[in-house]
Design a protein. Structure first.
Length: 340
């Protein structure tokens, strides 16, 4: 990177800049960090979003380059285009990288393959779980059934045309944790073999929903994950708990489980949590996190604006009904994928 580029980025003030993931769109930059907030083409000095949620660390998006003079970009389109094909292409390419890695690795002779590491495999928030011996890139998916995950997560066809569905930075692969409630320790993270996470952004650019589909090496991994969730939540301290090194300590409080009256989908197990997190840097945030499990597959559904009607998913606007949509998808996976 040239010194000129570095200097320009250092001077980028808060505002709406071309989104590195979709340049035709604008993403809000706080002056030091990218956020989840996106809009179609607007001037840099367009009013800032009301609710700014920062992208997680490690997203790898380059900082914006400040223009020499603030100029208004092209006129705002009359209607937000639905980029279904772009989402599908991003998912397919991301998942195929892991599948190709597995194929190439399996073709390597055992004489040329180093023995698997015997180091500890405990996974915690902010750390990268130790990959299995067939991994060809750090945090890459290694499971031959990886492609099945695309049938579980939310897609652009599920939501209104005014919403966007995008892959999270780091959303394909095992480089990001799945379980992190109460900044707990989840050794089952090392047993994951594939992961896909995307998110829904409302018409105002706010993050409203995220879905995370995960495969483990066997059903023992998901069973362990569910057990760890219960243990960590049950022992969660009322005082702030330190997260990843250098990250803020976070206080997590739990309300009563939101799913006590929800119907159960046959063959699918469920845990649901209504939690509020407070790291002292912004107003406390309430989230409803629902985890579904069948065989070796786990699906996380995260509602970031849980009060009131939700953005429609497959025509459903309540959290209970939306969870039912994804539970039925999980129940429909063939036994050859879930090992059940």
């Amino acid at each position: 990177m040239s010194d000129v580029g570095e200097s320009s980025r250092a001077k980028a003030v808060a505002g709406w800049y071309p989104d590195p993931m979709t340049p035709a769109r604008r993403r809000y930059w706080t002056g030091s960090s990218w956020t989840y907030a996106t809009l179609d083409a607007v001037p840099v000095d367009h009013p800032s979003p009301l609710d700014v949620l920062l992208l997680p660390e490690g997203h790898r998006l380059p900082d914006p380059v400040a223009p020499r003079a603030a100029t208004a970009p092209d006129a705002v389109p009359a209607k937000r285009p639905q980029k279904v094909w772009k989402w599908a292409l991003a998912v397919v390419v991301g998942l195929l990288v892991g599948v190709v890695g597995v194929v190439l690795s399996n073709r390597t002779s055992s004489d040329d393959t180093p023995p698997p590491s015997e180091s500890a495999t405990r996974g915690t928030q902010g750390t990268t779980p130790t990959p299995g011996p067939t991994t060809t890139q750090p945090g890459g998916n290694t499971d031959p059934s990886t492609a099945a995950l695309a049938s579980l997560v939310v897609t652009p066809d599920d939501v209104p045309a005014t919403a966007d569905v995008v892959l999270l930075p780091g959303g394909v692969g095992l480089g990001q944790p799945t379980l992190d409630l109460c900044n707990g320790t989840y050794p089952s993270e090392s047993r994951r073999s594939a992961r896909l996470q995307d998110t829904v952004l409302g018409a105002d650019g706010r993050l409203v929903l995220s879905t995370e589909a995960v495969l483990y090496g066997d059903s023992g991994g998901t069973t362990q994950a569910f057990s760890e969730l219960r243990s960590v939540v049950g022992a969660c301290l009322s005082t702030p708990v330190q997260g990843s090194p250098g990250g803020p300590a976070t206080r997590t409080t739990f309300r009563a489980a939101p799913d006590s009256a929800w119907p159960q989908t046959p063959t699918v197990n469920r845990q649901a949590y209504d939690l509020t997190t407070d790291d002292g840097s912004s107003p406390p945030r309430r989230t409803i996190a629902v985890y579904l499990q069948r065989g070796r597959a786990l699906l996380g559904i995260y509602f970031y604006q849980p009060d009131g009607p939700q953005i429609a998913v497959d025509g459903q606007t309540t959290i209970e009904a939306i969870v039912g949509v994804f539970a039925r998808r999980l129940a429909a996976l063939p036994p050859s994928v879930v090992g059940a």
